[in-house]
Design a binder for this molecule. Structure first.
Ligand SMILES: [Fe+2]
Ligand SMILES: [Fe+2]
Length: 180
């Protein structure tokens, strides 16, 4: 049986938190690289939640539409802030200041998922459905162009790096294609 999908998402939240910490507190010369890794992970994680988790929240949880709408509003707000950050010099102090606000938005969003959405999905899905969720998430994320085979990393990663909005479009296309 595949891993429980909610546990899978919780592990990714930990990785997001670690990358945020690396951007904030790691060496200045690694900041752009850590920021890029964070953007890559968020493009995959938030898109997988949007395509695979949110429909379950909406259809399987009583009152789930309200919960799903609130989480989508948070994700969309964070995307706007991220677009501004991407235009800045990652080595600058201005970047760090702006990044602190973005990081807070991302962490608050993840905390809201963990306290208001994930427990409801766990409550209304049996263990088989939660394993199916895990399998779907893994399958979608494998299809995403931002997680290539290590040997293909340079070419494939370069092809999808660029503004976050463009990364998300490519990830969404790949994930939608994989599930049909
Ligand atoms: Fe999310
Ligand atoms: Fe999340």
């Amino acid at each position: 049986m595949a891993q429980n999908g909610i546990d899978y998402l919780l592990e990714q939240h930990k990785t997001v938190t670690n990358l945020i910490d690396a951007v904030r507190n790691g060496p200045r010369e690694s900041r752009q690289d850590n920021f890029d890794q964070l953007r890559e992970l968020l493009a995959v994680h938030e898109t997988a939640e949007e395509l695979i988790l949110r429909p379950i929240t909406r259809h399987e949880v009583p009152g789930g539409d309200t919960v799903a709408d609130a989480r989508m509003a948070e994700e969309n707000e964070a995307k706007k802030v991220l677009a501004g950050l991407e235009k800045m010099d990652a080595t600058s102090e201005e970047f760090l200041t702006a990044f602190a606000g973005f990081a807070q938005d991302v962490i608050t969003h993840a905390n809201n998922e963990e306290s208001q959405e994930f427990p409801l999905v766990r409550e209304h899905q049996n263990s088989e459905a939660l394993a199916d969720l895990g399998e779907s998430l893994e399958k979608a994320e494998k299809a995403a162009p931002t997680h290539p085979h290590p040997s293909a990393k340079t070419t494939a990663a370069n092809a999808v790096m660029g503004p976050f909005a463009a990364m998300v479009d490519k990830v969404r296309d790949a994930m939608s294609g994989a599930s049909h």
